[in-house]
Design a protein around this ligand. Structure first.
Ligand SMILES: O=C(O)[C@@H](O)C(=O)COP(=O)(O)O
Ligand SMILES: [Zn+2]
Length: 210
């Protein structure tokens, strides 16, 4: 896709996430890898009202070179995109149920949501590390996120929200949506003795769709 097509898709997907309640107010931010740098949602912007021409552009060294001032979470996005050379985009949301799991789980946990459904395993993967709490925008979060992202497509920031990567922008958004719905399901079934997929079923999914 061209840069302009990616800008338009970012606006379209941001509006769709916002309209369906995956983000509210100016919460959340999204980045997309380009051949010569990165696109990032501007700080304090609503995902529901992004303007293609105002999206922030950063060069390959992560310096701001165009558009509005980028999200204060540049360190979060840089941590994931440098750890995962195959990732083309990162989506950070405050979606309610994934954030709730991030408030219940212990930092350091690696699988706070059980593999209840195949699509969760296919989109999010085997592990979902819980990163200790950092103040939003704190550069100190970068090493912990970078390390976790080497082996996980998605993670939960304790008491903050999910961070999800994907090969493409569309993949990252689909995975963020699936993570939120799986978190909702996990909370709904908490304590009910729900049957999770077995280890063999998870491995079969990962080797077939991984
Ligand atoms: O939680 C926060 O403050 C940020 O992580 C966030 O979601 C929105 O920050 P900006 O992207 O700087 O608006
Ligand atoms: Zn946030």
């Amino acid at each position: 896709m061209t840069e302009n097509e990616l800008r338009d898709l970012l606006c379209e997907l941001g509006a769709s996430l916002f309209a369906r309640g995956y983000s509210v107010g100016s919460a959340g931010n999204i980045s997309v890898r380009l051949p010569d740098g990165y696109l990032m949602t501007p700080t304090n912007s609503s995902l529901g009202r992004l303007k293609a021409e105002r999206i922030s552009k950063l060069d390959a060294g992560w310096a701001h070179v165009g558009g509005d001032k980028p999200s204060k979470e540049v360190f979060m996005h840089r941590a994931v995109l440098t750890a995962r050379p195959d990732a083309g985009a990162v989506v950070h949301l405050h979606s309610t149920h994934a954030t709730a799991i991030g408030c219940l789980a212990e930092p350091g946990e690696s699988a706070p949501i059980p593999p209840l459904t195949p699509y969760f395993v296919m989109r999010v993967g085997r592990s979902l590390p819980v990163i200790p709490y950092y103040r939003p925008g704190d550069a100190a979060m970068e090493p912990a996120i970078h390390e976790a992202a080497k082996s996980a497509r998605a993670m939960l920031l304790a008491n903050h929200g999910p961070v999800v990567s994907g090969k493409t922008l569309m993949d990252a958004v689909y995975a963020a949506e699936e993570l939120e719905e799986s978190a909702r399901l996990a909370l709904m079934l908490r304590g009910a003795g729900a049957r999770a997929l077995t280890g063999a079923q998870v491995e079969d999914l990962l080797s077939t769709f991984g």
